[in-house]
Design a protein. Structure first.
Length: 187
C-alpha cells in the first residue's frame, strides 16, 4: 500500500525567507496518526524543546497556527526527508523506522533545489544516530549535508525529539542551534 506524507504540501513548500531548516524523516498519512502538524505525535517533544530554546512556553498540543507563527517569527522552516513510502497492511499502525524503509519518493532533490534560492544558513536533521534499520536514511541526508558543505551552510545532526525531553537534550539542541560556527566562505 502506498502511503503519502501527511503534510505533503507543506514538505514541498518553498522556504525562501527562512534562515533555519529542520528536517525530519516521515509522517504517514494514515488513519491513526493524530498529528496536526510536523512533530505532532504524542511521543514527540519537538514542540516542547524548540520554544524552550528561546525561553518560550511549550507549544506541544497547541493550535497549528500558533506553531506556524512561532516558526515564521524565528525564521524556521520544517520539512521531511521522505514524501511517500510503500507499507504492508500489517505495518500501517506502526511508526517504527523498519516500516518506512521502502521509500517511493524522497524529498532530497526538492530540498536541495530550494536551498539554491533561499536564505537558509543552518540545517538540522532530527536524528543523530543510524543503525541497520535506518541506514537507508543516511545516504539521502548525506546528499544534503554534502550540498551544505559545498555551499557554506551549517549542517548538524540533532538528538531525536521523540520519546522524551530533558535538560540535557534541550541544552544540546541549544548549543547546536545557536552555535555560530557556521562555515565561512574563504575569500
Amino acid at each position: 500500500m502506498i502511503v503519502k506524507h501527511k503534510f505533503y504540501d507543506e514538505c514541498v513548500k518553498k522556504f525562501l525567507d527562512n534562515e533555519i531548516l529542520i528536517i525530519g524523516t516521515f509522517n504517514p498519512n494514515i488513519q491513526n496518526n493524530e498529528a496536526n502538524f510536523f512533530y505532532g505525535r504524542n511521543r514527540n517533544y519537538f514542540w516542547k524543546i524548540l520554544p524552550e530554546l528561546w525561553n518560550e512556553e511549550s507549544l506541544k498540543g497547541k493550535d497549528i497556527n500558533i506553531k506556524k507563527n512561532f516558526l515564521e517569527d524565528k525564521k524556521i522552516a520544517i520539512t521531511d526527508l521522505i514524501l511517500c513510502i510503500e507499507m504492508k497492511e500489517s505495518q500501517i499502525n506502526s511508526f517504527k523506522d523498519d516500516n518506512i524503509s521502502n521509500v517511493k519518493k524522497w524529498n532530497t532533490d526538492n530540498i536541495i533545489d530550494n536551498l539554491k534560492c533561499s536564505n537558509i544558513k543552518k540545517i538540522f536533521f532530527t536524528r543523530k544516530s543510524f543503525n541497520k534499520s535506518t541506514n537507508f536514511l543516511k545516504m539521502e541526508i548525506c546528499k544534503i549535508k554534502s550540498y551544505c558543505e559545498s555551499n557554506f551552510i551549517k549542517f548538524e545532526f540533532l538528538p531525536t525529539p521523540s520519546r522524551y525531553a530533558n535538560e540535557k537534550k534541550i541544552k544540546e539542541w541549544k548549543e547546536l542551534i545557536f552555535n555560530d560556527n557556521t562555515i565561512k566562505k574563504l575569500f
